[in-house]
Design a protein around this ligand. Structure first.
Ligand SMILES: Cc1ncc(COP(=O)(O)O)c(C=O)c1O
Length: 381
């Protein structure tokens, strides 16, 4: 992540973060989550938006619990948002990381029964509690203990003295699908874990919170809300919920640039590496300093459009590492140096979303947003 040391005008390309949109999305999530607490998922640099802008903004709106993926992200978040009440590391940690995690007081996933005795020994030595959330694999097929192992995990935890069971959680595999039998099955398995826990002696020592829902489950599966929900992508304005039922979320991120050079070329001019585009008429072109190193996938070459004052103009020729070329021939006015080019965001009546890029590339907005280059400065809009 480059530091925004210069004013925005000094950069040829930048990301704008719309905090009104963030607040709107949070409000919508709160309406759906009703009494459940909200843990703001800000891993991967807040899904590419810049966690040092997003986390304090969420905190100012009353979100004080955050989810990250790694120890490095947790340490950085602690530095930039020291007021955060709790930082939960969602990803599985490696054994050598436990010491730092316990020392820093982060909450983290207990995903292997075998780690229980070593965590307890370590926590006793450090004289600090290991604050764990027991992660159950109810059907995601990824990290977590299997439901059959729960009795062993509870028994092993009962024998510890320095492990605090703060939460019991799981993750859903396809919450973007409405009324999925698979999801109802996961919710059922999770409830059974809850019953097992309540009947166990450990419940006299701990009152862990139960949490299961990601963004789409907040909107589609109220049965999955439990004590806390963990939305990520919806905070940033995107959702996998089918279009007819999609909540009214607003994209938070815009990706913009300026034209660094205008040129007029004759018909028959080939453009860029590999000569994949040849003009068929005298053409006015705009060269823009944005390329695949900024996260604009090379497969968008000759496919994607940009917005200039609300008009859609095509990217022509191959996108290179740091540059691409826009065909301005059809632009109904004479663009002057300094005019803004919107790659993602709105301009005039029109909008280009990360979803549009994702559809072109056969992927999801998560990958587009988190793939935006670290050298792009991010600014509040
Ligand atoms: C454990 C966990 N919880 C919550 C989330 C947030 O998911 P989403 O961005 O779909 O809301 C993620 C993201 O991948 C996750 O791994």
């Amino acid at each position: 992540m480059i530091r925004n040391t210069l004013p925005r005008e000094a950069y040829s390309k930048w990301v704008e973060v719309d905090l009104d949109a963030l607040r709107h999305n949070l409000q919508l999530l709160r309406q759906h989550a009703s009494s459940a607490r909200i843990l703001g998922v800000v891993k991967a640099n807040a899904y590419g938006h810049n966690v040092s802008i997003i986390a304090p903004a969420l905190f100012a709106e009353g979100v004080s619990e955050f989810g990250v993926a790694t120890l490095g992200e947790a340490l950085y978040l602690q530095e930039i948002c020291p007021q955060a009440e709790q930082i939960l590391i969602l990803g599985a940690l490696a054994e050598p990381q436990y010491k730092s995690v316990i020392e820093a007081g982060f909450e983290f996933m207990l995903h292997t029964v075998a780690h229980i005795p070593l965590l307890d020994t370590l926590a006793q030595r450090l004289k600090k509690p290991a604050k764990v959330h027991l992660k159950i694999d109810t059907g995601m097929g990824r990290v977590g203990i299997m439901p059959e192992e729960v009795p062993f995990a509870l028994k092993a935890l009962l024998e510890t003295t320095q492990i605090e069971l703060r939460g019991i959680c799981s993750h859903l595999a396809c919450s973007d699908e409405p009324a999925s039998e698979y999801i109802y099955g996961q919710i059922e398995k999770f409830k059974q874990v809850g019953e097992q826990f309540k009947a166990h002696a450990l419940s006299e020592r701990f009152q862990p919170i139960f949490h299961l829902a990601n963004s789409d489950a907040v909107f589609q599966y109220p049965e999955a809300h439990f004590d806390m929900v963990r939305p990520g992508i919806s905070l940033y304005g995107y959702s996998g919920v089918p279009a007819d039922k999609r909540p009214d979320l607003k994209p938070v991120l815009a990706l913009k640039s300026h034209i660094s050079q205008f040129k007029q070329v004759p018909a028959g001019s080939s453009l860029g590496y590999g000569r994949t585009f040849t003009t068929t008429r005298s053409s006015r072109l705009g060269v823009v300093a944005l390329g695949y190193a900024d996260g604009m996938n090379r497969r968008l070459s000759n496919q994607q459009e940009v917005l200039i004052s609300g008009y859609r103009m095509p990217i022509v020729g191959r996108i290179s590492m740091d540059q691409c070329v826009i065909d301005l021939t059809e632009l109904p006015f004479w663009a002057e140096p300094g005019i803004e080019v919107v790659f993602i965001g709105s301009s005039g009546q029109d909008q280009i979303s990360a979803q549009e890029w994702a559809d072109q590339l056969g992927t999801i907005p998560y990958e587009i947003l988190t793939g935006l280059g670290t050298r792009l400065p991010r600014y509040p809009a």
